[in-house]
Design a protein around this ligand. Sequence first.
Ligand SMILES: NC(=O)c1ccc[n+]([C@@H]2O[C@H](COP(=O)([O-])OP(=O)(O)OC[C@H]3O[C@@H](n4cnc5c(N)ncnc54)[C@H](OP(=O)(O)O)[C@@H]3O)[C@@H](O)[C@H]2O)c1
Length: 207
Amino acid sequence: MAKTPTKTALVTGGNRGIGFGVCRQLAARGFAVLLTARDAEKSRAAAAKLKSVGRVEPVVLDVANASSIEKAVADVSSRYDWLDVLINNAGINYDTWETVENAEIDGTVIETIRTNLLGPWRMCQAFLPLLRKSRAGRIVNVSSESGSLANMGAGPPAYQVTKAALNALTSGKRGLPWLGRYRHGRYWRPPRGRWSQWNPLGGNTTG
Ligand SMILES: NC(=O)c1ccc[n+]([C@@H]2O[C@H](COP(=O)([O-])OP(=O)(O)OC[C@H]3O[C@@H](n4cnc5c(N)ncnc54)[C@H](OP(=O)(O)O)[C@@H]3O)[C@@H](O)[C@H]2O)c1
C-alpha cells in the first residue's frame, strides 16, 4: 500500500461551487486533496484547474450510489494509508417549486434523501476504517440554515427535511453520537482535560 505523505482530505461534489472552493483552500493549506465528482471528466478537469495550488487528485464518486462509494473507498485505499478529513459537501434540490402538500414523494423527495442524507451517511460508514487510521480523523457534513429546526422558514420541503436529518446524524452535543458514545443512555463527553485520551474516531489522538 502507498505511504501517506501528508494530511489527506476528501471532498464530495468537489467539481464546482462550495466543494471546489473547499478543495482549493485545503490544497493551499498543504492537504493532499481527493477531489471527487460523479462524472470522471468533471473530476479530472476540476482537479487540473487546481494543479498550481497544490496536490489535488481526481476521484469518481456518486454519493447516491452505494457501489460507486465502495469503488471510491478501494481507489482511495490504494493511494493512501489513511484519511484525515472527509467533507460531505455534495447536495441537491433546493426544491422551491414544491410545498409539503404537493411534493413528489417518489421523485424529488426520494432523490433528495438519497443524496443529501443517505449519501453522507453511507460515506461516513464506508470511510470510517480509513478515518480511524488517522491520528485525528474529522468528518464535516455540510448542512444549511434551512435544516435548522430553530431557524427554518416555510422553504423547500425535501431540502429542509434532508438537511434537518443530516443535522441529527451529525455528531454534536445533542446530535446522534454515532462518532461518539452513549453511556447509560446518555451521550458521553470526556471530563475536562481528558480530550487527549478521547478520539471519537477511535484513533490515536495526542493533541
Ligand atoms: N450555495 C448556498 O448558498 C448554500 C447554502 C447552505 C448550504 N449549502 C450546501 O452546500 C453544499 C454545496 O452547495 P453548492 O451551492 O456549492 O451546490 P452546487 O453548486 O449545486 O454543487 C453541488 C455539487 O454536488 C454535486 N453532486 C450532486 N449530486 C451528487 C451525487 N449524487 N454524487 C456526487 N456529487 C453530487 C454536484 O455535482 P454535478 O456537477 O455533477 O451536479 C456539485 O459538484 C450543499 O450541500 C448545499 O446544500 C449551500
